[in-house]
Design a protein around this ligand. Structure first.
Ligand code: FAD
Length: 342
């Protein structure tokens, strides 16, 4: 860990500015002290991890940058999750001058370096990383960009004014299609397919609530877009219950051998646990962040044995073929598994 981060990898950053975007979303501009600036340099599409203590509970949550590296600020945007602890606490209490514990940027939901167009689908708070990607693509390329932005209603649209200014300024290459559930229901596969049909060859970026992502991803794939051009950022994953997954496995795993920081630990395996949970149960400080299979922070390589990933939005086929797994999503499928964090 860098000298300016604590033992768990967090640094105190002061809130420089609070922007109330809508009644249920707030943007926080964070002040990065000069001595931390290197650690907090980021790429469009990445996120920060916040660590907060609420009622004595240590909670960690990821928030994507809504700012772009070309802007001179580090900004996250947090939408209230009904019943959610951290998002509501931030919306209710965040104020200028308050310090938050923040881990440096991570994530692989990044602009791929090519000349293809960009087609983005954002649902609700999913606009956050998409905003960063769009601003960056507008500033650093001539790529055409089409954004499909879905919200429940007009008053829940985050960045409505900023987007309409961007569209005015870049009318030749940025188009915005908005969808409002209260005009006639949620986004349908047909709407997605016709949006895709109107786009040329493009890279696809999708971020939003789970059911929105499922609809969009399957309609985009059905439209014939190759998998490697579809990039997903999941804020939450609905995982199969661990005991159901464990019951599916043909073999019982006894042990997971974990190499981390040049130490090898043989950890007993408890059915239903992921490799990451197994490492934690053995007292190891294995790297992790989003725990949705998006960021790649927890990746490690299986050198013997096997595991099955519940969700993988971070590793490409070549990496998987080389044995890389996302340990937060991996359930062992062999009697022993030997995994190496590199
Ligand atoms: C890579 C990544 C990037 C992200 N970027 C953003 C972003 O830019 N902006 C943003 O707003 N969010 C973002 N998120 C989501 C964010 O990290 C949080 O998940 C979100 O703010 C909810 O956290 P919370 O503490 O408010 O809710 P939590 O307290 O975690 O609760 C989440 C939901 O689960 C329900 N729940 C909690 N406990 C139970 C229970 N026992 N039984 C049933 N239901 C329960 C709650 O009611 C709530 O609806 C991102 C997530 C990831 C992984």
């Amino acid at each position: 860990m860098g000298e300016h981060l604590d033992a768990d990898g967090f640094a105190p950053l002061r809130i420089k500015r609070v922007v109330r975007e809508t009644s249920d979303a707030v943007s926080l501009v964070l002040d990065v002290p000069h001595h931390c600036s290197g650690r907090f340099r980021y790429q469009a599409g990445q996120f920060l991890t916040l660590r907060v203590t609420l009622d004595g509970r240590d909670l960690r949550r990821c928030y994507s940058m809504s700012s772009a590296p070309v802007e001179d600020e580090l900004r996250i945007t947090v939408k209230r999750d009904p019943g959610g602890l951290v998002s509501n606490w931030l919306n209710d209490t965040a104020s200028e001058g308050v310090e938050l514990l923040v881990a440096p940027p991570e994530g692989r939901f990044l602009l791929r370096d090519n000349h293809r167009g960009i087609v983005a689908f954002a649902g609700g708070s999913g606009i956050t990383p998409i905003m960063s990607l769009i601003r960056t693509a507008l500033a650093t390329s001539v790529r055409p960009i089409r954004l499909f932005y879905a919200n429940r209603s007009r008053d829940s649209v985050i960045f409505a004014d900023t987007l309409s200014r961007l569209v005015d300024r870049h009318a030749d290459r940025l188009t915005l299609t908005q969808h409002f559930d209260d005009d006639g229901g949620i986004v349908t596969p047909t709407a997605v397919e016709s949006f895709v049909a109107a786009a040329g060859p493009a890279d696809y970026y999708i971020c939003g609530p789970g059911p929105f992502m499922d609809t969009v991803e399957s309609a985009v794939r059905k439209s014939g877009v190759p998998r490697e051009r579809i990039h997903l950022e999941r804020f939450q994953v609905t995982q199969a219950p661990a005991d159901a997954v464990a019951a599916e496995a043909d073999v019982t795993t006894d042990e997971v051998v974990i190499e981390l920081d040049r130490t090898t630990t043989a950890a007993p395996y408890r059915a239903g646990n992921t490799l990451l949970q197994t490492a934690r149960t053995a007292g190891l400080r294995a790297p992790s962040s989003c725990e949705t299979g998006s960021c790649g922070t927890c990746m490690a390589r299986i050198v013997s044995g096997s595991a099955r990933m519940l969700n993988n939005d971070a590793l490409d086929d070549d990496e998987v073929a080389e044995g890389w797994v996302l340990t937060c999503q991996s359930l062992p499928t062999s009697r022993t598994v030997h995994v190496v964090y590199e």
